[in-house]
Ligand binder design. Structure first.
Ligand code: UD1
Length: 430
């Protein structure tokens, strides 16, 4: 089992380059299956979730050629099997995007029903509602969702809850349905827009992505394209909070500052300086940070995927902060770990009340999920002494070269697989 071993206390200083957005890439790779032509996708992050999705796609006949660490050529003309194996969906929930993509193109998809996950129950009833509205027959048998239709027909769909996954999945299926589809109460996240732009670059007719109404005119076929994925706003935000929590000075490069507005607003509120450039933001924290209140909301609100990162930062701010999680019910597991590092936190339902402490002290903690894992690394970097973060497999799902990027900013962090690695780290770092 791999773990991170961290010697905390160094302010992070320097420049860091952000990778392509994992969550956009998941939708875009799935959508690439909808053309028989070869598609070039660039700025792909080299992270576990993406590599597992590519394997899942290869298993149903997609030809995948990784031409560089961050670019793939994909050709799906020989897709023969419309049934995705449970092994993949177990590792990566977002392989459910293959339902919308396969249903749109082949009018049939057989994909295992994803279960819950560490951040809470993750139903896909809205995805199914959308497919049915497009005329698909959707059944659940032996743990699989079987979606099929003789023909998909455009429809008017209202989403009861704002859902990124349902918006993207329905948008993909509707891109190749007959006639016009209107999806209302859509998610407006940047990755919804990126998947829409990608579909349009293949010849789809999707309008309104980024607003809460998306209008799609179905087309019969899609064609080749070359497309570069947007930068990852959650990775960027994670480094911004790492700079804040360690009282550092970090230039976060290759970002779209507009996508970071909610994060930037909170950093300013708690006393950081944030300077925006065309494609970079610089975060400087020179004094003790102040408390604030924050509630997670769909975009452009404060992202649930940035909740643990602000949570650990507020654990060190002066005063009492209230963090409210309104998207997923189980996203405060990391608070118990943080308490073991000396934080003063009380969780009541979907609210965490954090009384800031002067300092955290290193401890052995466990990453409960992807974003909370990254947040515990931030806590370790800001804490006094040694922190070990177990279960870093979660972090590797979504952060490319995480420890290398942190080390380039002056962090003392190594990946360790055994006690000998840990001893080597201690010898090196005193
Ligand atoms: C995506 C992101 C995830 C992020 C989340 C919210 C990807 C691969 N993952 O997840 O990192 O935390 O958006 O920004 O992009 N819901 C239903 N029924 C459904 C679908 C969703 O009730 O059919 C509910 C969910 O339980 C949740 C809320 O809607 O409470 C939002 O979830 P959703 O936006 O769908 O999250 P994901 O797309 O799964």
């Amino acid at each position: 089992m791999e773990q991170y071993i961290i010697r905390g206390g160094n302010p992070l200083v320097g420049e860091v380059e952000i990778s392509g957005a994992k969550n956009a890439a998941l939708g875009i790779l799935a959508a690439a299956i909808m053309t028989d032509d070869t598609v070039l996708i660039e700025n792909l992050p080299d992270v576990r979730d993406i590599n597992v999705l590519l394997e899942a796609m290869e298993s149903i006949g997609v030809k995948v050629e990784r031409i560089t660490k961050h670019a793939v050529l994909m050709n799906s003309k020989n897709v023969g099997d419309l049934c995705v194996d449970y092994e993949y969906i177990k590792k990566i929930r977002a392989s459910y995007y293959l339902i919308g993509a396969l249903l749109g193109k082949y009018k049939k998809a057989v994909v295992p029903l994803p279960g819950g996950c560490n951040i809470g129950s993750r139903p896909i009833d809205l995805h199914i509602k959308g497919f049915k509205a497009l005329g698909a027959k959707v059944t659940i048998r032996n743990g699989f969702i079987i979606a099929e239709a003789d023909q998909l027909k455009g429809s008017h769909i209202y989403l009861d809850t704002v859902s990124v996954g349902a918006t993207i999945n329905i948008m993909m299926a509707a891109a190749m349905a007959e006639g016009r589809t209107i999806i209302e109460n859509c998610a407006r996240e940047p990755h919804v827009v990126d998947v829409a732009n990608f579909l349009n670059s293949m010849g789809a007719n999707v309008k309104g992505a980024g607003t809460d109404v998306i209008r799609i005119r179905g087309v019969q076929s899609l064609h080749k394209t070359e497309y570069s994925i947007i930068p990852d706003q959650i990775e960027a935000g994670t480094f911004m909070f790492a700079a804040a929590a360690t009282k550092g000075d970090v230039m976060v490069k290759h970002v779209i500052p507009k996508h970071l507005e909610a994060t930037t607003a909170k950093l300013l509120e708690i006393g950081c300086e944030v300077e925006e450039f065309d494609d970079a933001v610089r975060v400087v924290a020179s004094k003790r940070l102040r408390s604030t209140n924050v509630k997670t909301l769909p975009y452009p609100g404060y992202p649930t995927d940035m909740q643990p990162q602000i949570g650990v930062t507020l654990a060190l701010a002066s005063g009492t902060s209230i963090v409210t999680e309104s998207i997923f019910e189980n996203r405060f597991k990391y608070m118990d770990e943080l308490t073991r590092m000396g934080a003063d936190v009380r969780v009541e339902g979907n609210t965490a009340i954090i009384s800031g402490v002067e300092k955290l002290s290193g401890a052995r903690v466990s990453a409960p999920d992807l974003r909370a894992g990254a947040a515990l690394v931030i806590a370790g970097l800001a804490a006094e002494g040694e922190t070990i973060v177990d279960d870093i497999i979660y972090i590797q799902r979504g952060y490319e070269d995480f420890e290398e990027k942190l080390r380039s900013l002056g962090a003392e962090i190594e990946r360790a697989t055994c006690e000998r690695d840990a001893q080597k780290f201690r010898l090196k770092h005193g």
